[in-house]
Write a protein that binds this ligand. Structure first.
Ligand SMILES: Cc1cc2nc3c(=O)[nH]c(=O)nc-3n(C[C@H](O)[C@H](O)[C@H](O)COP(=O)(O)OP(=O)(O)OC[C@H]3O[C@@H](n4cnc5c(N)ncnc54)[C@H](O)[C@@H]3O)c2cc1C
Length: 246
């Protein structure tokens, strides 16, 4: 979603009579409902989101309390160029401050307390690892550069391990990459290429997690809850799948 695309869309003919049934109440389903209303001009009451679980939010879940403890399957690393995400949350009102959006509060929180990890890698029973360089060999760098310019059609069925030399898997970059993005050596090289191209601009500062954004609370409380509250005023959210789709 580039600035060039942030237009006031025209109302499509017949949209008032159309209905949308969205399967899944993860961020994708909820975003689809929001964009259908805002950009597609579909009346919100014509939209139904079906969720098979008792909770909405899909992978962006979190639950618990101070007494029993909290569970969150993962924390998703966010960054400033997730254009569609920030376009969406630039519309969603903050739950805490009237007149402000989730984007406003997220940006402010990151301005006040930017991420700057002081210790990224530990080894030998808790010793700080030397992270003064990415610890790549010349060959590793060449392999990385070659990966980024090789068309996907030429690396189908190639794993990360088949492409890189063993030295790459001892580099600091591999430890950063594999711990942040959950890569395994046997994963697809195409996936690795896509992530590398997409997040290349974070290589400068990866040793301190520079540029990675956080939300004020966990992502369920900071993003999913305000989004549901905003949508629920009008959109129906049903906690079951339609029988014909099970
Ligand atoms: C541990 C972890 C770490 C992650 N880290 C990052 C990260 O760093 N950065 C990043 O950008 N992303 C990250 N992600 C990915 C990101 O969280 C997901 O891509 C995103 O949340 C997926 O959203 P979704 O709506 O497409 O799918 P989901 O969140 O999977 O939602 C799908 C929903 O559909 C429901 N559903 C499925 N079938 C049916 C049916 N038949 N009827 C009714 N309901 C149905 C499911 O119950 C679920 O609630 C991470 C994910 C995990 C789990």
């Amino acid at each position: 979603m580039k600035n060039y695309d942030r237009i006031h869309t025209r109302k499509p003919k017949g949209i008032d009579e159309r209905k949308a049934f969205i399967i899944g109440g993860g961020i994708a389903g909820l975003a689809a409902a929001a964009f259908l209303i805002e950009d597609g001009h579909m009346p919100a009451q014509n939209i139904t989101v079906y969720e098979q679980l008792k909770e909405i939010g899909g992978s962006m879940d979190a639950c618990g309390n101070a007494k029993l403890g909290y569970v969150s399957r993962g924390e998703r690393e966010l960054e400033p160029y997730m254009e569609c995400l920030w376009y969406l949350f630039g519309m969603v009102p903050s739950l805490e401050e009237p007149g402000r959006t989730v984007l406003d509060e997220t940006r402010e929180c990151n301005k006040i307390l930017p991420i700057h990890a002081k210790t990224r890698l530990l080894e030998n029973n808790g010793q700080k690892r030397d992270i003064s360089t990415l610890a790549l060999t010349k060959q590793d760098m060449e392999d990385m550069a070659k990966m980024t310019i090789t068309p996907e059609s030429a690396i189908e069925n190639v794993t990360i391990e088949q492409w890189f030399k063993p030295s790459y898997f001892r580099s600091n970059l591999w430890y950063y990459w594999s711990s942040m993005l959950a890569f395994q050596k046997w994963h697809s090289l195409i996936e690795m290429k896509r992530y590398t191209v997409r997040f290349m601009h974070h290589l400068d500062g990866i040793d301190f997690l520079k540029g990675i954004l956080r939300t004020k609370y966990n992502q369920y409380d900071s993003m999913i809850l305000p989004l549901i509250k905003w949508l629920k005023k009008k959109v129906s959210i049903l906690f079951q799948a339609p029988r014909s789709l099970i």
